[in-house]
Design a protein around this ligand. Structure first.
Ligand code: UDP
Length: 407
C-alpha cells in the first residue's frame, strides 16, 4: 500500500530552516485553521506557476488550510491570445483587437460557469483567468498573483487589464520593481522551491547516470545546461551562440532542455527552430522528465538562465540549491536571486555569457565556491516555507470587509 503520510509537511523543513521558523509558521497557521482557499491558473504542468502550485497547495494543507487548485480550459485561439498578452506584459507588442478581447472574456466566462468558487480566499494566477472576478459574488478577499516580468508592460494592454486587477483586494508581484499604478494594495512575494520534490531532492550518482544515459547525453566533457520552456524570453538562441563562442576556448557539451506548457502555443515552433542548431555537442531536448531536470542541474558544471525577461526564475533557484553556479540574464527577478560574483554571475550579452562559461568551466574551485554560496542563498531565502509564511501573514491581514490592515 502507498504511504500517503509521506507527503511533505512544514515540519520537514526544520532541517533546513530550523525549529524556530517552523514553530512560528505553525503558530501563524493556528488561527487560520479550516480557512478554505482556492488557486486558479491555466496549466497543470509546464512553467513555474504549475510547479509552485503543485508544492504550495500540499504544504498549505499540511498546516490546516484547505487549499485547492483549479485549472481553466480554453481553445487554442484563447491560449494564443493569452500568450500574446503574456509577451506584451513583458514589454512585447500586441495588436489588441476587439475580437481578441471578446474571445478572451468569453472563454473566461465559460470557465466561470463550470467553476464554482465559494471559498474564503480566491487566488487567481496570471492574466489568463484574470477577468473571472467580474462574475462572482465575493465571499472573501480575491487576490491576483501576477508572475511575469512587469518591469515594462505594454501600456495599451495594461490599460485594458488594470481595471480587472483593480477589482481585486490585493495584487502580488514577484519584486517591487513590478509595482504598477493601481488602486489595489500591492505586495511582493518572491517565489520559492520545494527541496523535497523529485526535481530538487538529492539523487544518487547511479540515478543521475541512468537518466543521462537514457537520453544519450555524453558526460565525458563538462556540461553546460539551460532548462527552460521553449520561449523567446529565455533566449535559447543566445545560449547556443554563447556556447559556440565559449567552445573555441574550452571543451564542453551544451544541453538545452525544454518543455511545452499547455497554455503556451508558441513552444513547439521555437523548439523546431532550434533543431537546426543541433550538433554532436549541442543537444536540444524536448521532454517532460523531472528527474532529468534534477540530474542535469546537479551534474552541470554551469547552468545558464540567459533570460531577456524573467518574472522570477525558478530554474535559477533549483540549480543554485544543487550547488551549481548559475549564469543568469541581468533582468527581473534573477537580479534578486544571483549576486554577481558571489553566488553566480549576471550577464547582459551573449559575449559576457560566453566569457563566464569559459571562466567557470576552466576553474573548478570557482564552481565550488559560487555553488556553495548559491545553495546557502536558497536555504536562507528561496525555500517554500518562506513563501508559505508570507501567504499566512497576508490571509491574517484581511479585515472583515476584505481590506488589508493598515492599507
Ligand atoms: N521545467 C521542467 N522541464 C523543462 C523545462 C522547465 O520541468 O524541460 C520546469 C523548471 O524546472 C521550473 C519551471 O519549469 O520548475 C519553470 O519555471 P521558471 O520560473 O524558471 O520559468 P517559467 O516557465 O515559469 O517562465
Amino acid at each position: 500500500m502507498i504511504n500517503h503520510a509521506r507527503l511533505v509537511t512544514i515540519e520537514d523543513y526544520e532541517k533546513y530552516v530550523g525549529p524556530e521558523n517552523v514553530d512560528r509558521i505553525l503558530r501563524k497557521a493556528k488561527p487560520l485553521q479550516d480557512l478554505h482557499v482556492v488557486n486558479v491558473n491555466s496549466t497543470y504542468y509546464g512553467g513555474g506557476v504549475a510547479e509552485l502550485l503543485g508544492s504550495m497547495t500540499i504544504l498549505m494543507n499540511s498546516v490546516g488550510i484547505k487549499t485547492g487548485w483549479r485549472v481553466i480550459q480554453g481553445s487554442p485561439d484563447f491560449f494564443s491570445i493569452t500568450k500574446k498578452m503574456h509577451n506584451a506584459l513583458q514589454g512585447g507588442e500586441i495588436n489588441l483587437t476587439e475580437r481578441k478581447k471578446e474571445i478572451y472574456e468569453a472563454v473566461v466566462y465559460e470557465n466561470v460557469m463550470r467553476t464554482h468558487l465559494e471559498h474564503d480566499v480566491v487566488i487567481i494566477h496570471d492574466p489568463q483567468p484574470l477577468p473571472m472576478i467580474d462574475h462572482y459574488r465575493k465571499r472573501g478577499p480575491w487576490i491576483w498573483r501576477g508572475h511575469v516580468d512587469m518591469s515594462s508592460p505594454n501600456p495599451e494592454l495594461w490599460d485594458y487589464l488594470a481595471p480587472f486587477v483593480e477589482k481585486y483586494d490585493a495584487a502580488i508581484f514577484s519584486i517591487k520593481e513590478y509595482a504598477q499604478k493601481l488602486k489595489t494594495p500591492q505586495l511582493f512575494f518572491m517565489p520559492a522551491i520545494d527541496p523535497f520534490s523529485i526535481k530538487n531532492h538529492p539523487l544518487t550518482e547511479e540515478e543521475m547516470t541512468e537518466r543521462l544515459e537514457h537520453y544519450h547525453i555524453p558526460t565525458d566533457l563538462p556540461l553546460v545546461v539551460q532548462v527552460s520552456r521553449f520561449d523567446i524570453w529565455k533566449d535559447p538562441k543566445g545560449v547556443v551562440e554563447a556556447f559556440k563562442i565559449a567552445r573555441q576556448e574550452v571543451d564542453c557539451t551544451l544541453v538545452l532542455l525544454g518543455n511545452v506548457a499547455t497554455d503556451d502555443p508558441e513552444g513547439p515552433e521555437i523548439y523546431e527552430s532550434l533543431l537546426e542548431c543541433q550538433e554532436e555537442r549541442i543537444i536540444i531536448l524536448s521532454v517532460q522528465d523531472t528527474a532529468l531536470v534534477n540530474a542535469l542541474q546537479t551534474r552541470a558544471a554551469v547552468v545558464l538562465q540567459k533570460s531577456l525577461r524573467e518574472g522570477f526564475g525558478l530554474t535559477v533557484s533549483e540549480a543554485m540549491w544543487k550547488g551549481t553556479p548559475v549564469i543568469g540574464g541581468n533582468v527581473g527577478g534573477i537580479r534578486y536571486q544571483i549576486e554577481d560574483g558571489v553566488n553566480g554571475f549576471l550577464v547582459n550579452t551573449v559575449e559576457e555569457a560566453a566569457a563566464r562559461i569559459v571562466q567557470l568551466v576552466k576553474d573548478e574551485a570557482l564552481q565550488k565556491r559560487l555553488g556553495e554560496a548559491a545553495r546557502e542563498t536558497v536555504r536562507q531565502k528561496f525555500l517554500l516555507s518562506r513563501n508559505l509564511e508570507q501567504y499566512l501573514d497576508l490571509f491574517s491581514s484581511f479585515e472583515t470587509n476584505f481590506t488589508l490592515k493598515g492599507m
